[in-house]
Every structure is written in structure tokens, then in C-alpha cells.
Design a protein around this ligand. Sequence first.
Ligand SMILES: Nc1ncnc2c1ncn2[C@@H]1O[C@H](COP(=O)(O)OP(=O)(O)OP(=O)(O)O)[C@@H](O)[C@H]1O
Length: 277
Amino acid sequence: MSAVTPASGTAATTDRAVAPVVDESGRVVLAAVGKRYETRRGPVDAVADVDLEVAPGEFVAIVGASGCGKSTLLRILAGFERHTSGTVEVGGAPVRGPAPERGVVFQDYGLFPWLTVAENVRFGLRQQRVPRSRARRRAAEMIEVVGLSRFADRFPGELSGGMQQRVAIARVLAGDPALLLMDEPFGALDALTRTTMQHELKRLRAESGATVLFVTHSIEEAVYLSDRVVVMAGGASHGAPGHIAEIVPVGLGDVRDVNGPEFNDLERRIAALVHES
Ligand SMILES: Nc1ncnc2c1ncn2[C@@H]1O[C@H](COP(=O)(O)OP(=O)(O)OP(=O)(O)O)[C@@H](O)[C@H]1O
């Protein structure tokens, strides 16, 4: 993965033509994936028969009604949960547990309230045994990237929701993940902050080259951010396991007008698919 840095964007010059190297570390392959929870009331099939391939650097949004298994899929990819059937691979290797190359961002930020912004961002790096001085430098860079340098010594409780989510994103990006797993990351933010964060995520994603899987309840957000939208259906409470109902390519180019007719048509089509399911 190409690391996000404040100075990124300046292309290195070379006088020799070099064949581009495709970085496969962010490729995601799910084949016939199922997850059965064993509960006191019997087995619960949260998801079944999920086939999905995500190319390195692709941004895929996952939408669907409550309980259709969106978070379950993300938790399996994060390595927090073990799938009970099928195969799950990231970068060609089976997922066996959490790893820094798979960064996770949740709705509730997940920051340590007793650590400062800088300490929160350094935390994961220190866990990965990155030497102290390097961790300090990297954390400072990432805090600058998300525009919070002035707040590096503040505690999360002193920051707004949007700022806290920026810290959470900086913390994950500091580890230079090949795959970013985001579960409703902007769900708790007000509309204005949410829009700002969407812009920032687009920029950070473009700079890092990471693959992104992004769960959201907002179809507008899904169409605005992603290359493809995975629509899930079913769910244990609907009497059928969660599964992929349809995968919709967005194909709207980089600059997207949320009020444009093509954008709105796509939004309506995806909304209909979600309601049907
Ligand atoms: N630990 C668990 N034990 C038993 N059942 C579970 C567990 N976790 C999730 N489930 C069930 O699996 C199904 C899928 O849950 P999941 O949280 O993945 O859905 P979701 O699509 O993310 O929902 P939401 O949009 O409400 O967050 C649900 O029926 C849920 O009750």
C-alpha cells in the first residue's frame, strides 16, 4: 500500500519505463461464505452463500435492511468473528484473526477516553512494535492529514463527534492498511459533518490506495462514495439467512452530483432493491 502522507501526491520522476506493479494485498475474495451462530434457542444463520470479489483499491458499499448480516460480514473480514462455511481471503491469504493490514472503523469511534489524540493514534503502532520515535512521527503525520494537529494533546471527550471520528480514521490509516472496513462510520454525525467526512474519506482513500468495504444505511452515501453497491437481503429475523441480492455498479465517475438525474435514478433503483428485499 502507498502510505498516506501530508506531502503525498508528488509523483517521483524516473527516466526508465517501469511496468506498474499491481498490489494485490487489498484484494478480497469471499466464496460461499456462511455464518451460523449457535444460540440457546438454536442455530441462527446470519448469512449464507455470500460470493464477493473486491479488487485492490476498489470502494464497495454494503446496504440492506437491519439484520441482513452487513456487520457480520465486516466482522468476519476483520477477523473478529469466524465464518462457519466457505472461504474468506484478503490479499490471497485466509483470514484467521485481526491484523493491522485490515483496519476497522466503527460508528462509535472506539477511542480510549483516557488517552490523548496523539496517544490514541500511536496506540496501534506501539502494539505493532513500531519503534517509539517512528510511531510519534507517523502519528503526527496522520493527525496532520486529518487536520487535527492543534488538538493532538486533547482528550477525545473534548472533541466533537466528527473530530473523534477523524482521530479513529487517522489511527487506522497510520497502520497503512490494505483494507479498510467501515461499519456505519458516519452514522452518528450531523448532516453537515457527515458530508465533510465523506469528502475527506474520498481524498484519503485516493491517497492511500486502500480497498474499502463500507456499511451504511444511507443509499445516497453509498452511491456518492462507492464504485459498486452490494445490496443485501434476508436476515435471520426474516426467516432466511442474509445474502447478496444484487451488486450494482455505480459508474458515475469521480465527481458526483448528488442532485443530478443519473445519481438520483441510481439511488431510486437501489432503494427499490432494498425495499423489495
Ligand atoms: N453474536 C450473535 N449471536 C446470535 N445472533 C447474532 C449475533 N450477532 C448477530 N446475530 C444475528 O445475525 C443477524 C445479522 O446481524 P448483523 O448485525 O450482521 O446485521 P446488520 O445487517 O448489520 O444489522 P443492522 O443494520 O441493524 O446493524 C441478525 O439476525 C442478528 O440478530
